[in-house]
Design a protein around this ligand. Sequence first.
Ligand code: AHG
Ligand code: MN
Ligand code: MN
Length: 333
Amino acid sequence: MGKGQTLHAHLLDASSNGTIDDGLLTLILDLVRVSCTISDEVNRAGLADILGVTGERNVHGEEVKKLDMRANDLLIDAMRESGSVCGMASEENEDAIDASAKGESSEYVLFFDPLDGSSNIDVNVSIGTIFSIYRRKSERGTSATPEDYLQRGTEQVAAGYFVYGSSTMLVYTAGNGVHGFTLDPSKREYFLSHASIRTPSRGRVFSCNEGNTNTWCSGTQKYVASLKASDTAGKPYSGRYVGSFVADFHRNLLKGGIFLYPSQDQGPGKPRKGKLRLMYEGNPMAMVVEQAGGRASDGARRIMDIVPGEIHERVALIIGSSDDVEEYLGFVK
Ligand code: AHG
Ligand code: MN
Ligand code: MN
């Protein structure tokens, strides 16, 4: 696996050494093909007048930007057309999406966040697509069932993300390390640029929306305050938060650091609530970060051990360098 190897060659190697089977290879190549179109449209968004909002709202009541829906449609159409999944679930769709007839024989179920960082679409800040792939539990030959969707993150067979930034990258794992590829838009081909990514055990960066400080538990407040102390070895850390989880995660994965979206106080008598979604934000990034030597927790549980109750389950997310996550847990446990 040499630097500069094409993604296709890398995937064929992975297929011949048994890391991925033909069905997973087809599914990943479908995602790659769609990512090239999304990347192209993200880069032209300002020109092609597809900026702005559709005026619609998604299942979470959030305003949907046109590129979200476009990316969502591209992914759903591609998967149905190729038949590479027996079912899929998207941030933008309230219910799971049935496969095409062709897809019912597929082994795989796909979750995706078609465009993560929507608030940054029209201000030229990096955004991304996150995906998570499971093997179905139910018999092949039918559409996916609820038990196919409600699996722990430890059951993922592959996960990763595309980040549309100064360059477009794919970072993915199929359980055999984390590998990063950079797109050459002129060739519509990805090339291996970050082989076997390992995240530093400790960083000097923390990423969180400090506007939410008053909604955090006291342990989180004390932890973040401790990162700013100047009388402690290795502190203060730098604050870096762009508001696109994929972009903040990717920077911390490569350079080390911790991303926090803690659960928030919802007012008297109401349960605390996380913002990010377990199945298509928390779990895929947890698989990537653990494969790279990092950790992902909700403050009490390992993210990938959480048994989901529903496909849009929200979760508190503390993710990144293992020593930093460990230090956070010491403040909240
Ligand atoms: P999405 O655009 O897919 O809804 O995700 C947005 C998420 C995540 O990307 C980011 O880290 C977080 O929302 C930012 O939330 P705040 O604006 O509340 O900080
Ligand atoms: Mn998102
Ligand atoms: Mn999104």
